[in-house]
Design a protein around this ligand. Structure first.
Ligand code: BDR
Ligand code: CA
Length: 312
């Protein structure tokens, strides 16, 4: 596997995505943070707290605190004011690096074009990568595979009727990234709403695990998402959102059905802004995005069970 950089907006499912990676033995080479679920500052604090809980030392670089156009939105109504649903935090945590995330991405990816490609896992708004691509378009060649959680393929948005949160938070950046010709694996919102664990399965998965430390942290995250799902009438379940993208990156063999397509992002102001329009026939542009539709639930649950049992 290539070295991995994770770009994240520090919410509850972002935390699960990092637990999924590190708990399965895959520590990112670096993490870049971005505004989104919560402010850039809170997202960065959350990532540092997660790494301290997992006892993983990973350099963290702060990135954009707002989209290219317009003001930053947030999703505190989903993730809580602190972005982690009130999950327990460790006493101590490290500090972020001094270098800006966009400078880090640009230099790291430019160097990768001369050595070996780096994989990216994007689980927040795409502002940092869009800015790096504008600063140095050639750095796209340093990317092996770009994994993105974002977008909708059947027009059922979550933040608006038309758009998914990560793309809606910065549609221009999504458009820049998705038209850069990078080999991309996209996990859209609809796929996330099809992959879940029931409350009973979660109780079984956590049975016998410590209620403190990393397992206790994961339990708090899961309980928060379970409450979210119930409050939205989905029943007693936990959806896999950002950790579904982690799982697909960890084990691409779990992908059962996927479609290659071209994607266009609606940029006009109004009800469709941020909508991702999928063109399987490639009429809009060459199709270079592999859209994941379904994965093997057994393999997904196995990665989840192993990750929550991780207690460094
Ligand atoms: C995406 O939006 C955020 O709230 C989640 O962390 C996820 O990355 C889902 O639309
Ligand atoms: Ca996220």
């Amino acid at each position: 596997r290539n070295r991995l950089i994770v770009d994240t907006d520090g919410g509850v499912d972002d935390a699960q995505a990092l637990v999924m990676l590190i708990g399965n033995g895959w520590v990112p080479a670096a993490i870049t943070t971005v505004f989104g679920n919560v402010s850039l500052q809170s997202a960065t604090d959350n990532i540092l707290a997660i790494l301290a809980t997992l006892k993983a030392s990973v350099p963290v670089y702060r990135g954009a605190d707002r989209p290219l156009i317009g003001d930053a939105i947030d999703a505190k109504y989903v993730h809580g004011d602190d972005g982690l649903g009130g999950a327990p935090r460790p006493e101590r945590q490290d500090e972020p690096q001094a270098m800006h995330a966009v400078d880090f991405l640009r230099t790291e990816l430019a160097q990768a074009t001369r050595t070996e490609p780096v994989d990216l896992l994007m689980i927040g708004p795409l502002t940092n990568l869009a800015l790096a691509l504008r600063l140095d378009p050639d750095c796209a060649k340093g990317i092996g595979t770009l994994y993105i959680m974002g977008g909708t393929v059947k027009g059922r948005g979550n933040v608006t009727p038309a758009a998914e949160f990560n793309f809606y938070a910065d549609p221009e950046s999504a458009s820049i990234v998705l038209s850069a010709g990078i080999a991309t694996v996209l996990v859209p919102w609809e796929s996330c709403t099809e992959h879940m664990m029931t409350g009973t399965e979660l109780d079984d998965a956590f049975a016998g695990l410590p209620t403190i430390g990393a397992p206790g942290f994961s339990l708090a995250l899961s309980q928060h998402l379970r409450r979210n799902a119930q409050s939205r009438g989905r029943g007693d379940v936990m959806l896999f959102v950002d950790p579904l993208a982690s799982a697909v990156m960890l084990d691409p063999s779990m992908i059962e059905t996927a479609t290659d397509a071209a994607i266009e992002i609606e940029l006009s102001a109004g009800p469709a802004r941020g909508m991702s329009i999928i063109d399987p026939a490639g009429r809009i542009r060459a199709s270079n995005v592999r859209i994941v539709e379904s994965v093997d639930n057994r393999k997904l649950a196995e990665l989840f069970r192993r990750s929550i049992a991780y207690a460094p």
